[in-house]
Design a protein around this ligand. Sequence first.
Ligand code: G6P
Ligand code: MN
Length: 441
Amino acid sequence: MQRKNLVIVGGGSTYTLGMIMSLIEEKEHFPLKKITFYDINATRQEIIAKAAKVLLKEHYPELESFSYTTDKATAFSDMDAAFVQIRTGGLAMRELDEQIPIQHGVIGQETCGAGGMAYGLRSIKDMIELVHDIRQYSRDAWILNYTNPAAIVGLALKREFPEDKRILNICDMPIAIMKSYADLLEKDVWELVPEYFGLNHFGWFSKILDKQGHDLTDDIKNKIINGDFLPTDKEIAHDESWIQTFRKARQMLVDFPEFLPNTYLQYYLYPDDLAKKESPDNTRARQVINGREKRVHELCDHIISQQTTHDINIEADIHGVYMIRAAASLVFNWKETFVVMVENNGIISNLPDDALVEVPALLTSHGPKAFSVGEIPTFYKGLIESQHAYEKLVVEAYYENSYNKLLQALTLNRTIVHAPKAKGILDDLIDTNKDYWPELN
Ligand code: G6P
Ligand code: MN
């Protein structure tokens, strides 16, 4: 296999060190010649990069080059693939996205509801600029984008770059859920074949098969209903918030037994319960700042001061492995199945063509080839159509500088519904996002 050049955009992210460990573990699947980090925040990136350098030196000696930069030309020239994980406004803005809706009595969440809309309007601008920059230096590189809120960012990228077939919007939630199914069944996650439909952070598994074609769906449902459903990937297995989130899948399945839900549906199906539990002093952003961010930075400090990783367990995580294998499938034309986001165009036959649906697809060197889903039942169709309308309105509002479309979007959103509430939240978000959002009319 020919060795490839990878760029990680958002090198300073708290996920990057885990990605490096995953790249080390997966080097036979995705052999690399060069890894480059790019970030706009040099200081934040340097901590991660200095630790990554030690890791790579010890565990990836065949890598010819590792570097980190804030210069676009250096980063984006001579590359085969980019993993894009930027967070416009950082965790500080995530905290505000989550606090403001809570102050109005509704859910404050990174990608769902009003917080997701605020984040989306910030991300669109930077993502469009970033893709233009990458394309200036690398016309054919694969761009795997998992910048959130992926549903909104993905729609905006489709609108801005309709002819660009080498941007893939992808999310790790379906595979993280499948990892828990696999552990319930005592199987390897890569042995499971999903049938899945919906939008990003808004979908359902209609079936889980194994590679021999056995249907495992009822077995999984029974195990969830009669037991406990928990996160099992090492990144989230011990995280109280993720434990509670996975547990909620049981209630969703009891209430709506037809399909296995994505965990994010809890925010849309039980908005009152979830809103009641939240507090502005203990947002998820705050938990991440005091938890994952601190942990990762301490680990980096340790590696940098020791200049060795001999006392550290190199462990891939499901997020990293998923992105790496998806990239390898595109680059090496493996034609393996991954759940990804693609323009609907009839895949789910009773949904609009322009929806960005999340479905299983073969990843080939000519891009994703999605399997047809057919018609979905009325309840799911109704939910998805309204969520799609919300996402579409946010993207239109961005391009048209439309206050009114944002108000419509928030009113449509199941986490809000009440128009005066939507207006109050929107006005507060405009204040906090004035350095990031487009000017609204
Ligand atoms: C999952 C989702 C991502 C999201 C992340 C948030 O991995 O697929 O889209 O960003 O969870 O996790 P956190 O631990 O930061 O709340
Ligand atoms: Mn996601």
